[in-house]
Design a binder for this molecule. Structure first.
Ligand SMILES: Nc1ncnc2c1ncn2[C@@H]1O[C@H](COP(=O)(O)OP(=O)(O)O)[C@@H](O)[C@H]1O
Ligand SMILES: [Mg+2]
Length: 247
């Protein structure tokens, strides 16, 4: 069984004339450590798919197994806890808490579990995010790229196995978009996390190992990158052995 198994996932909104089949029997699986981009036009069902994968919304049919666990079989507080511990979410609008500083925003999911990051853990994370000079700043004092880096820190802080990002570069210019994608990619590889990024921008999707295209709620193509990326040839034998590279 794969790390993530999506089977016959279906979501219908509305009834009668306003009925929309947002997702129509979508099935695919994702291996641990894979970086998948989901692309498609506006309204094709990308956000619906991501919210079902993360257990934020409930499907009308089908299932999502994460590490063998049926995400939608869990109810209420149990599902919320599962989501918080196993999945990191990143959104286009950053969704930071305005009255909390950078460090406090990053710590939200960890603290909900009654844990605090050790100061040196926080420092390491801030350095990785290039935010060490912004530690005590509020979101309104940050640029768009910096806000998204805080959101990435929050999603990665307790090292969830799965990161789900919905148009994470949607509000950023090209240079910042490239930087954010690279940060998402390199961090996920380092921590052996599975990364699923939704985007409508093919340039952004090109950073992924695999691109799943959806149209009208269905998968229309699923392609894997063949050539190796230059920086991956620098990885150690240990990395290769642990299977973080594609054959
Ligand atoms: N809460 C909702 N109520 C009714 N229709 C919705 C809702 N959310 C999404 N839709 C519809 O479902 C389809 C897919 O939407 P969405 O998943 O947001 O697409 P994308 O993220 O690819 O732009 C669209 O036709 C959209 O209008
Ligand atoms: Mg969307």
């Amino acid at each position: 069984m794969s790390f993530l198994e999506v089977r016959g996932l279906t979501k219908v909104y509305g009834v009668n004339e306003s009925r929309v089949v947002a997702l129509d029997h979508v099935s695919f699986s994702v291996e641990k450590g894979e970086f998948v981009a989901i692309i498609g036009a506006s309204g094709s069902g990308k956000s619906t798919l991501l919210s079902l994968l993360g257990g934020v919304d409930t499907p009308d049919a089908g299932s999502v197994l994460l590490d063998g666990e049926d995400v939608h079989a869990l109810k209420g507080a149990k599902r919320a806890e599962f989501r918080r511990r196993r999945i990191g979410f990143i959104f286009q609008e950053y969704n930071l808490i305005p009255v909390l500083n950078v460090e406090e925003n990053i710590e939200i999911p960890v603290r909900l579990d009654g844990i605090r990051l050790k100061p040196e853990q926080m420092t390491r994370l801030l350095i990785m995010l290039h935010l060490e000079e912004r530690r005590y700043h509020l979101p309104e004092e940050l640029s768009g790229g910096q806000k998204q880096r805080v959101a990435i820190g929050r999603a990665y802080a307790h090292k969830p196995a799965l990161i789900l990002a919905d148009e994470p570069t949607g509000n950023l210019d090209h240079a910042n978009s490239v930087e954010i994608m690279e940060l998402l990619r390199s961090t996920a590889k380092k921590l052996e996390q599975t990364l699923i990024v939704v985007t409508h921008d093919p340039d952004i999707a090109a950073a992924a190992d695999r691109i799943i295209r959806i149209a009208d709620g269905r998968i229309v193509s699923d392609t894997r990158r063949r050539e190796e990326r230059p920086e991956e040839t620098d990885m150690t034998a240990e990395d290769t052995k642990s299977g973080s590279l594609e054959e």
